[in-house]
Design a protein around this ligand. Structure first.
Ligand code: ZN
Length: 425
């Protein structure tokens, strides 16, 4: 039905009917997304990392959900297995100065590449210059080099010192870094030989000459994870595929008491992926099949999307567009479109559609960036956009990125914007 006639049809309906129906539909998009996000962030899924197989459990949940929503497998499969190496902290994760216990995630982080350690380390304070000039092979045993970033050093200098400290932890001795920066965690596919601990800087902590560490560590080699697929064929026969994607993995656990829920990053994007997959399954696109992909291994270096692009499972020449979704839980300050300036025709279409709704106050273009799963596709020349929301929620890769801290402010209107965008192809 052409749009004009649809419009007329709606005009003829009593207003109360339209109001109720619109409200029902909106509620269901938002409540579905909220439910799915809160499930993915619950302790059961362990921050969707590798300790206690959190990522595997989340992958199984997503495949079940695709099936429940009536999506089909892609070439007979709902998933694609691949392997990665990952450094994990499964059990004890305790750090003490004297009798004072530090709170994991609030007072300190274990460097994602850190080794485990059990025992007391003597702290040997060094300035930035001493660290930069440090000659390997001179550390006494059971010593940790202690570094205070302080206020005098520029951000770039701190980065340089930090990379030297990482080299020291790789081969030489333990490292303790005191910082006033926000504690932001990550996940790593390598392991140093020695522990590396980052503490939030307080004067009291700096006074101590010893640190008591009990960190369990397990390096997993060739650990199996899965990308998950849901397929909606086009109404008319067509070779063209649109890929809609979001990564479902996050950082997992740092010890048995602390996990990183990854609500905004990227339970929210997976919830959008699922809500879009429901809508498109109910009303498939005329001339494009849609492959919904929930990627694993993103946080560790886009491993899932590289695994898919390099597998040959997908004929890249048939992909008309990739729409990748990551960090969809806010939107008060608009959205950013990575690759917006690389594929301007796609970006402008999104801007125009937004103006007619409008779903968000700003649609900001950005250039090429290797910051999410669109990247392996766009590097192969496949038109790919990556959309993330902007807003006051700055909880990123920390223990505060929790479901309760998401506003979902523009979620529902973004859902409709994306549905329209997909239908305009
Ligand atoms: Zn992410």
């Amino acid at each position: 039905m052409p749009n004009r006639i649809v419009g007329l049809f709606f005009l003829l309906l009593p207003l109360s009917f339209f109001g109720q129906e619109a409200e029902k539909a909106a509620n269901s998009v938002l409540s579905y997304a909220r439910n799915f996000t809160s499930t993915l962030c619950s302790p059961e899924y362990e921050g969707r990392g590798y300790v206690n197989h959190g990522c595997r459990k989340a992958g199984a949940l997503i495949v079940d959900e695709f099936k429940r929503n009536g999506l089909l497998p892609y070439l007979g499969n709902y998933d694609q297995a691949f392997n990665l190496n990952v450094n994990t902290f499964p059990n004890q994760c305790k750090v003490k100065f004297g009798l004072r216990k530090l709170k994991p995630g609030r007072d300190y982080l274990v460097h994602p590449s850190s080794a485990g350690y059990k025992g007391v380390l003597s702290l040997k304070s060094m300035s930035a210059a001493e660290i930069m000039n440090y000659r390997m092979g001179t550390a006494p045993s059971k010593t940790a080099i202690a570094f205070v970033a302080g206020k005098v050093l520029s951000g770039d200098s701190v980065k340089l010192v930090r990379s030297k400290l990482e080299k020291i932890a790789q081969t030489e001795c333990a490292v303790v870094e005191y910082t006033r920066e926000k504690l932001t965690w990550s996940v790593s596919k390598q392991r140093f030989k020695f522990p590396y601990i980052t503490c939030f800087d307080t004067l009291q902590r700096r006074k101590d000459s010893k640190i008591n560490v009990n960190i369990d560590n397990d390096f997993l080699s060739r650990y199996e994870v899965r990308n998950c697929f849901g397929w909606v064929p086009s109404v008319n026969p067509s070779d063209s595929i649109i890929v809609v994607s979001a990564h479902y993995d996050h950082l997992g656990r740092m010890g048995k008491k602390t996990y990183f829920p990854g609500a905004n990053d990227n339970a929210s994007g997976v919830a959008m992926l699922m809500s879009l997959s429901r809508a498109i399954q109910q009303q498939p696109l005329q001339n494009h099949s849609v492959l919904f992909v929930a990627f694993a291994g993103e946080e560790i270096g886009l491993e899932g999307s590289f695994a898919l692009v390099e597998s040959g499972i997908l004929d890249l020449k048939k992909i008309s567009m990739v729409l990748n979704l990551d960090i969809l839980g806010s939107g008060e300050e608009g959205i950013t479109v990575v690759n917006g300036s690389v594929f301007p025709q796609f970006y402008h279409r999104l801007v125009q559609l937004n103006e007619s709704i409008p779903a968000v106050p700003v649609v900001k273009p950005r250039g090429r960036a290797a910051n999410s799963d669109h990247y392996p596709f766009s590097e192969k020349g496949v038109p790919s956009l990556f959309v993330y929301t902007m807003g006051p929620n700055k909880n990123y890769h920390d223990i505060h990125d929790r479901y309760e801290n998401l506003s979902f402010d523009r979620f529902e209107s973004l859902h409709y914007l994306f549905v329209r965008f997909l239908n305009r192809f």
